[in-house]
Design a protein around this ligand. Structure first.
Ligand code: AMP
Ligand code: GLY
Length: 426
């Protein structure tokens, strides 16, 4: 099989590493890729937004499967355009990707199908939004409707903050994503990420994870794309996973089929585990980053047949096995991230770090120049480890982090702290 992977982050390095391990693989390409991906795939400088160029590459190189990592090409309809050209692609159609690209669409789908989620209303003018806030009080959650790179959400603890968020979004604070605002009930509980592989009709639960969205230790500082994660999520007991499939994932798949937009690919449910059980916070239509990195470490079987089964509607004949040991990843980011940061700073010690037992390092924003690895983005490295316990995985990951010489980078020192506290019975 010839496979083309689209993307350039740590998620794609982890996917490339796992795909490269497949007995079915003939050759793996990645566009555009990064310095780490270049070790397991041939990187090509294709413009992923230029669908005609991607199609031409696939035809010239007899690509059997395109695997789409990030959400932007999915929302732009790359899977539809590839399918129209007769090329198989893993990921949802543009219509099915609306589960991520429009929060309002997803909220309406939940309401129409009794899928548990926060109560909400949609608004396109500030006065009506503020009247709703006045009637419901705080805490309350304000969201821009469209794609905002995970940053379009304000959890307002006071009515004043909620009103200010409404003004900020309608004044363009989140760009075009904020033409509509969704206001929802504040849910209390513990968050978890749940991943299901879907083929339009059937779904296979993958694994669970928890991530750390805030930039600094103790879950402080601004929201980021994710500073670390671990799998499994202790709060996701077998019973909670079963309820999530029955109450959230399967009803969503049935509803998408009924709308003529069957969902294929990875459905990533951001959940709040409340006293009443799992409730949907939001959907993403792809693997999480950095959650994917820990999922790939824990996946025992070959990923490639699973990707084909999802494309071909054959998941009902499929199962995947997982290593029971937990895995954890620490994200190393350029100083200043998620704000302004410098590019081009040198990173050393990666080979020494990778020698720590059960450690795997996935690269995100990196490039190679003259044999040196340079930082080339905000989130730059994912230092991943597995262990018998989360505490052991955490110790291994930080041992590797401490071997990396990158004065211009930083990471959180407390990834996994809740799970470690749980393990030690605190
Ligand atoms: P989202 O981008 O929708 O995942 O939201 C980002 C973060 O905001 C989530 O991970 C939650 O921590 C928080 N959040 C979003 N919606 C709610 C809600 N209805 N209740 C409580 N917290 C929320
Ligand atoms: N880590 C969260 C995301 O990928 O959206």
């Amino acid at each position: 099989m010839n496979i083309l992977l689209l993307g350039s982050g740590g998620r794609e390095h982890a996917l490339a590493w796992k795909i490269a391990d497949s007995v079915l693989l003939t050759k793996l390409w990645c566009a555009p890729g990064n310095a780490g991906i270049a070790r397991v795939a041939e990187c090509v400088s294709l413009d992923v937004a230029d669908h005609a160029a991607v199609i031409a590459f696939c035809k010239a190189n007899k690509i059997d499967l395109v695997v789409v990592g990030p959400e932007a090409p999915l929302a732009a309809g790359i899977v539809d355009d590839l399918a129209a050209a007769g090329i198989k692609a893993f990921g949802p159609s543009q219509a099915a990707a609306r589960l991520e690209s429009s929060k309002g669409f997803t909220k309406d789908l939940c309401r129409d199908n009794n899928i548990p989620t926060a109560a909400y209303e949609r608004f396109s003018d500030a006065a009506a939004a503020k009247a709703y806030i006045a009637a419901n009080g705080a805490p309350i959650v304000i969201k821009a409707d469209g794609l905002a790179a995970g940053k379009g959400v304000v959890v307002a603890m006071t009515v004043e903050d909620a009103n200010a968020a409404v003004d900020m979004i309608f004044e363009g604070g989140f760009g075009a994503a904020g033409a509509q605002v969704v206001i929802e009930e504040f849910m209390r509980g513990e968050e978890a990420s749940f991943f299901a592989l879907c083929d339009g009709e059937h779904a296979l639960a993958l694994a669970t994870a928890q991530d750390h969205k805030r930039a600094f230790d103790g879950d402080k500082g601004p929201n980021t794309g994710g500073m670390g994660a671990y799998s499994p999520a202790p709060v996701m007991t077998d019973e909670m996973c079963r309820r999530t499939m029955d109450e959230i994932i399967f009803p969503t798949l049935r509803a998408m089929r009924a709308r003529g937009a069957p969902f294929k690919g990875v459905l990533f449910a951001g959940l709040m585990i409340t006293d009443d059980g799992p409730k949907l916070i939001e959907y993403n239509v792809r693997f999480g980053d950095p959650e994917c990195q820990v999922l790939m470490l824990r996946m025992m079987g070959d990923i490639v047949p699973a990707l084909f089964a999802a494309c071909d509607g054959q998941l009902n004949h499929f199962s995947l096995r997982w290593f029971p040991d937990p895995a954890l990843t620490v994200v190393m980011a350029a100083k200043g991230y998620p704000g302004d940061y410098a590019k081009g700073t040198p990173i050393e010690g990666l080979d020494e770090a990778a020698k720590v037992e059960d450690v795997e390092i996935f690269q995100a924003g990196t490039k190679e120049e003259g044999g040196r690895i340079l930082a080339n983005g905000g989130r730059v490295l994912n230092v991943c480890a597995s262990g018998k316990t989360v505490a052991e995985a955490q110790a291994r990951a930080y041992e590797a982090v401490d071997r990396i010489i990158w004065p211009d980078g930083f990471c959180r020192r407390d990834i996994g702290f809740q799970a470690v506290e749980r393990e030690s019975g605190v």
